[in-house]
Design a protein around this ligand. Structure first.
Ligand SMILES: Nc1nc2c(c(=O)[nH]1)N[C@H]1C(S)=C(S)[C@@H](COP(=O)(O)O)O[C@H]1N2
Ligand SMILES: [Mo]
Length: 555
């Protein structure tokens, strides 16, 4: 390292200044983006959380993302897939903004155009969402306007010299010749640049401080104000009606999780229930605003308020396991709850659903479309429009105030959350969201089993301990679960008492583990005698298959 090198000769300040401006220009881009996003949040507070530029772009990103990437996101980030998406988006925006700042240093017009482009993306995303309207573009529009103003205000102090003379010295070879240095000095002086760097640092940092303030106050305030759309309070105030038909009493031995550590309990607490949907902001529906409209192939379709549904005298309470088509072998995208709801078949019949309808297209507040077979909706026992989950109104993330459930079908073809419409139609007439993305139009649940304990690769003392897990095949039930350790023969596990074919069953097999590594494999057979196939298949397009094997270590 040379001390001389770090302190350039007299001719260099203009060059160094120009270089010194670059990081500041990049910072200007970043701050301008922050102002744009912050102001966008503030305006979104007047329209609704889903008009927020970040949310709108994120929603569109989810819609446009190829299924392979989405499956990867679900299996990698699980419930945090949306957080991962938003963080990823913010990183991309930040990088883009840094570049815009640098571009803006060369040409303010291009810089402004760069931010405007970013706004166009936001506006397009917001207005083209399935439930988007023209006003939803406003937050992006106003945000971008504020962002451009901020960018220009931040770049101005970096460009106190007219561009031409400032650029000229830098273009010259940086020879330490007296002639070049003199010219540069003259240029700099002519430009009225007393610091020799062509910028006003003090003003830049003052403006930056103001930009940070605007971004933080508008963004933070906007987020706070958006909370007025939250319906958590309204949900708290609701009192669930009593079912005309309560859930059957659980038989003894229905839940073995108290006896076996690590075994999945029969009922999944609401807070732990898996969540899969495309909503970055959870749709908020006020109970008093709620309407369910039946349309299409009905003789006398009507619409229902939440009070209509709550006030019915045919409400049922049932225990049902729900599972996701994206569940991998051994996966945890399944849960069991005690649901309270309106029998779906009765509701459809009283509206005169026509015999020609093969598909019910369910629409949700967030614009999702889920297509369920009309026949299943009519004939599957305990298919319902659920209002309650484990004794509470549906949690907001799980579809408040109303969702559909049809035992025996994966969630993406039956379990529409935040449901606001049911259109009776045919499979030929309409491809719902997932089918448009090439998932199977009809998707009955495949028989599935999972080892919960011993946990993979966590060593335990050799000797006797239970191997245990769950298995499910809704509507058909589980008839048998077999376990194989290493290359030994299959052994039947003991099953928890069956509650109903729509619920999963726990299974337990006490086993004497010798020291060392062991491979534990499970396979289940459903009530119709179908045993899980060993053949591995990915979740796409109609559900994963294959035996779950865990590698365990006894010491
Ligand atoms: N409105 C809406 N409903 C939806 C979805 C969605 O993305 N949007 N996802 C479906 C899928 S794929 C599944 S597996 C279940 C999951 O329900 P849960 O989040 O309550 O577990 O909801 C279904 N209903
Ligand atoms: Mo799903």
């Amino acid at each position: 390292m040379t001390v001389q090198g770090s302190r350039p000769t007299s001719g260099a300040p203009a060059t160094a200044g120009r270089r010194g401006r670059r990081p500041l220009a990049a910072l200007a881009g970043l701050l301008a983006a922050a102002v744009a996003l912050g102001v966008g949040e503030l305006v979104a507070a007047t329209i609704g959380p889903s008009s927020s530029p970040v949310v709108a772009v994120g929603d569109s990103a989810i819609t446009l993302t190829p299924e392979a990437v989405k499956s990867f996101a679900i299996s990698t980030f699980g419930e945090d897939d949306k957080i991962a998406l938003v963080v990823g988006m913010l990183v991309v925006i930040a990088l883009y903004a840094l570049v815009i700042g640098l571009v803006g240093l060369r040409s303010r017009r291009l810089g402004a155009a760069g931010i405007a482009l970013f706004g166009v993306v936001g506006v397009l995303a917001a207005v083209t969402r399935p439930t988007g309207g023209i006003v939803d573009g406003l937050p992006s529009l106003v945000g971008v306007f504020a962002g451009i103003v901020a960018l220009l205000a931040l770049l101005a102090p970096l460009q106190t010299t007219p561009p031409a003379p400032a650029a000229a010295p830098a273009a010259r070879p940086a020879t330490p010749s007296g002639e070049g240095a003199a010219t540069r000095l003259r240029d700099a002086l002519a430009a009225g640049d007393r610091k020799g760097a062509g910028m006003d640092r003090r003003r830049f940092f003052l403006t930056s401080g103001a930009a940070v303030g605007v971004a933080a106050v508008a963004g933070g305030g906007g987020r706070l104000l958006q909370q007025r759309f939250d319906v958590a309070g309204d949900r708290q105030d609701l009192v669930l009606p009593r079912p005309a038909s309560p859930a059957p009493v659980l038989p003894a031995g229905a839940d073995l999780s108290g006896e076996v550590e690590g075994l999945t309990p029969l009922f999944t607490p609401n807070r732990e229930f898996y969540r899969v949907d495309t909503a970055i902001t959870v749709p908020q529906i006020r109970p008093t605003d709620y309407r369910l409209a039946l349309t299409g192939m009905f003789d006398s379709p009507r619409s229902y308020t939440l009070a209509d549904l709550f006030g019915r005298d045919d409400l049922v309470e049932r225990d049902i396991t729900l599972s996701c088509v994206s569940n991998e072998v051994g996966g945890r995208l399944a849960g069991t709850a005690r649901w309270l709801g309106v029998p779906l078949g009765a509701l459809l019949r009283e509206n005169g659903v026509r015999a020609g309808s093969t598909q019910l297209v369910c629409r949700s507040k967030d614009g999702m479309t889920i297509g369920a077979p009309t026949r299943s909706a009519l004939e599957v026992q305990d298919a319902m429009l659920a209002l309650g989950m484990n004794g509470e109104p549906l949690p907001v993330e799980h579809g408040f105030p109303v969702r559909m459930l049809i035992p025996g079908l994966y969630g993406y073809v039956s379990a529409c959350k935040w449901i606001t419409g049911i259109e009776a139609t045919t499979f030929e007439a309409f491809d719902p969201y997932w089918v448009e993305r090439d998932w199977a139009a009809e998707a009955p649940i495949k028989v599935f089993s999972r080892v919960d304990t011993p946990a993979p690769l966590r060593a335990f003392p050799a000797g006797r301990r239970p191997i245990a897990g769950v298995a499910w095949a809704q509507t058909r039930g589980i008839a048998r679960v077999e376990v194989r350790v290493d290359d030994a023969d299959w052994v039947d596990a003991e099953l928890s008492t069956q509650v109903d074919a729509d619920l999963w069953r726990q299974w337990v097999l006490p086993y004497d583990f010798t020291p060392g590594r062991h491979a534990v494999t499970v396979r289940a057979t459903d009530g119709e005698g179908r045993t899980q196939t060993e053949e591995r298949a990915r979740p796409f397009p109609s559900g994963a298959t294959g035996w779950h094997t865990v590698q365990v270590v006894a010491r």
